[in-house]
Design a binder for this molecule. Structure first.
Ligand code: CP
Length: 317
């Protein structure tokens, strides 16, 4: 297994099964720190730099919280408009990263351009964590999802995943790569203009993922152990910032999960995950059902990022 010490976390495409298992074992070791809400001193000599060029609630705050739980320090920006990268100068990633690498020991970056964290990693002498890059990947979210599924269902093998939403989204790319490393079958449901691209389908076939596509959640939900959702009505992830204007549209019923649908058709043990934020594809009446697991992801997201930071920075092996 490749060492995590000093490693960039840019995507899950090349991750192997053992690496997932190891990260989740470290999560189990560190979870009591987060559960007790008492910070440790494991990373007291380290600084995390957050460079978020796109809005975020969960990813940035949970990464920062993880660093604090490990006794580390945090500097950075949550809005590039307050830096030279977002003003008249439009400072390049190369020039920005050549500064940031001296301000801390690891950089957590979210960017609207696919590949921006990978470019940052080329220039940075410290590790870079991709916290979501355009339509690229979102590895820390999907590691959180998988850790949640493992905890809730006791395994990641022998499961059927139903993936609903816009298949261009970065979470859908990362989870698809991850599924190839487990005994998982997948069914994808997406509007035609948001479906898996032919190139990505070929890639998944070559990586050995058994999958099919369907038109309507209601036709296939009864087979699912995991219902993994993203919006089909959303902002363009490739843009720095876009204010929502006017009618943002409504999700067609064939891409929605409701309490009624779950009660009538879902397996009793099936769980629903959503990286959030949501639109009307996942209605609030699902929140109080036996199936909802998206709130526990807030806790698991901190634990997962504690595991990654401690491994990358050498506090855990
Ligand atoms: N899950 C996720 O990426 O949420 P944020 O955009 O709030 O970070």
């Amino acid at each position: 297994m490749r060492s995590f010490l000093g490693r960039d976390i840019l995507g899950l495409k090349h991750w192997e099964r053992m690496e997932y298992d190891h990260v989740f074992e470290v999560c189990d070791e560190l979870a009591p720190i987060a559960r007790r809400r008492r910070n440790s001193e494991m990373l007291k000599d380290k600084i995390l730099v957050v460079a978020f060029y796109q809005p975020s609630t969960r990813t940035r705050l949970s990464t920062e919280a993880a660093m604090h739980r490990l006794g580390g320090h945090v500097v950075g920006f949550a809005d590039a408009k307050m830096t030279r990268a977002g003003d008249f100068y439009q400072e390049s990633i190369k020039d920005t990263v050549h500064m940031l690498e001296y301000y801390g020991d690891v950089i957590a970056m979210r960017h609207f351009q696919q590949g921006a964290p990978a470019e940052a990693a080329q220039w940075a002498s410290v590790p870079v964590i991709n916290c979501g890059d355009g339509w690229g990947e979102h590895p820390t979210q999907v590691l959180t999802d998988l850790y949640t599924i493992r905890n809730e269902l006791g395994t990641l093998d022998g499961l059927h995943f139903l993936l609903v939403g816009d298949m261009r989204m970065r979470t859908m790319h990362s989870i698809s790569y991850a599924m190839t490393q487990f005994d998982i079958e997948a069914t994808y449901v997406a509007p035609p203009q948001m479906s898996l691209t032919p190139e990505f389908k070929t890639e998944l076939q070559q990586m050995g993922l058994p999958f099919r596509e369907a038109d309507n959640v209601g036709d296939v939900i009864s087979e699912a152990d995991v219902i993994y959702m993203e919006p089909v009505v959303q902002a363009d992830y490739t843009k720095a910032r876009e204010e929502a204007r006017g009618d943002r549209g409504r999700t067609p019923p064939q891409y929605q999960v409701t309490r009624k649908l779950l009660r009538e058709k879902a397996r009793r043990h099936a769980i629903v995950l959503h990286s959030l934020p949501r639109m009307d594809e996942l209605l609030p009446d699902v929140d109080s059902t036996r199936h909802a697991r998206y709130w526990i992801e807030a806790f698991n997201g901190v634990v997962l990022r504690m595991a990654l930071l401690s491994l990358i920075l050498g506090a855990m092996e």
